[in-house]
Design a protein around this ligand. Structure first.
Ligand SMILES: [Zn+2]
Length: 381
């Protein structure tokens, strides 16, 4: 995405962070050196807040005084398509967009694999290195002697997605705010350079269930702000904290949901429905792609962008480059709402169909995320 007021891509965050630590082959494409006194940085913490869209942060500044203060006077960055966690974490980890790293959605087809691969749950029969063979920035930093840590929930240690997107780090598991702060502080102590990636997912969870901007969501945002405050306080004197996110979120009224499972017309010729309610990969039966495209355009026309695979690729949805291996993972047809709508499947995915907040599409609410930068010694008192 290139538009005025956007300062770069999520894919630039880890290469820029590693460049602050002088890791060879990594470039400060986001200009972090201009935003921090970057001489002799030895510790960088990258906090990824799942679901913290730029616009949500701006609208709820009162619930996040530290983060909104850091956001003031800065421009957001953009995530790739789809605006979903698995895809964005792979963009973060590899420094590329989905056309290259190949994690093209929450669920997607994988040639040679039966059914859809769920990128969050994964499948023991699928080797993460086959799905995503590009080296990660964490591996590059580790190879250069940087102490690289990934602080996140224990359940994600060694998961398919962690290995595909963010391999190359040691993994101190941490669930609570206190554990995350302690694990991050420990990761930064000791000689030499340190790069610590911290993931927190509860804001996204609350947003899905209660709605973004809801009472529960705002309470969770206060918690995130407190976490950032602690992480900054634990930085060494030559340390830098970056805060960013994998996507934003929008709430979708029940009236604005199209239910695939209740519309036989939409099902005709469809082999598999992939992606998620705001970013659908539609895989057609052999020879049916044209018919599916026409029917879906007719039914969803006004509120959705409905494109054939090649048209979405040519429009750059998956980045400037889509590799041979990645192309067949993309749906024959893509259906993406332009406004606050969703395409649910109430029988096959009843829980997902009843959520309040969703993401995945290409709206500014979902695509724009903060990139906040702060250094040690500010805000210790
Ligand atoms: Zn989510």
């Amino acid at each position: 995405v290139t538009q005025p007021g956007v300062a770069g891509s999520l894919a630039g965050v880890l290469p820029s962070a590693a460049a602050l630590l002088s890791v060879p082959g990594c470039t400060d494409v986001l200009g972090l050196t201009d935003r921090v006194d970057a001489v002799g940085v030895r510790g960088v913490v990258v906090l990824l807040v799942d679901g913290l869209g730029w616009q949500l942060l701006c609208e709820h500044a009162a619930s996040a005084p530290l983060l909104s203060g850091l956001a003031e006077g800065t421009a957001p960055i953009a995530v790739g398509f789809p605006s979903t966690t698995a895809t964005s974490l792979a963009s973060l980890g590899t420094g590329t967009l989905s056309g290259q790293h190949g994690i093209v959605g929450y669920t997607f087809a994988l040639p040679g694999h039966d059914g859809l691969l769920n990128a969050l749950r994964w499948d023991a029969a699928v080797d993460p290195l086959d799905v995503q063979p590009l080296p990660t920035v964490l591996e590059a930093a580790s190879a250069d002697g940087v102490r690289v840590s990934h602080v996140g929930p224990r359940a994600f240690e060694g998961s398919g997605l962690t290995r595909a997107a963010l391999r190359g780090a040691c993994y101190p598991g941490a669930e609570t705010l206190g554990e995350v702060v302690a694990a991050t502080a420990a990761s930064l102590s000791g000689p030499g350079r340190a790069l610590t990636y911290v993931y927190t997912g509860d804001l996204d969870n609350v947003g899905h269930v209660k709605g973004c901007g809801s009472l529960g969501w705002r309470a969770q945002l206060e918690h995130v702000d407190l976490l950032a405050r602690h992480l900054r306080a634990e930085l060494p004197p030559d340390g830098v904290l970056l805060v960013t996110a994998d996507h934003g979120m929008v709430d979708v009224d029940t009236a604005n949901r199209v239910d695939f499972d209740l519309e036989p017309e939409l099902q005709r010729g469809v082999l598999m429905l992939g992606g998620e309610p705001r970013a659908r990969h539609v895989y057609a039966q052999a020879g049916a792609a044209g018919e599916v495209l026409a029917v879906w355009q007719g039914r969803l026309g006004g509120g959705f962008d409905v494109l054939a695979r090649q048209d979405a690729v040519d429009a750059g949805w998956f980045g400037p480059l889509v590799s041979e291996e990645v192309l067949p993972r993309i749906g024959d047809v893509l259906a993406v709402p332009r406004g606050a709508a969703a395409l649910v499947a109430s029988r096959s995915h009843p829980r997902e169909a009843r959520l309040v907040g969703y993401h995945g599409s290409r709206t500014e609410e979902e695509v724009l995320v903060p990139l906040l930068v702060t250094a040690a010694g500010r805000g210790r008192r």
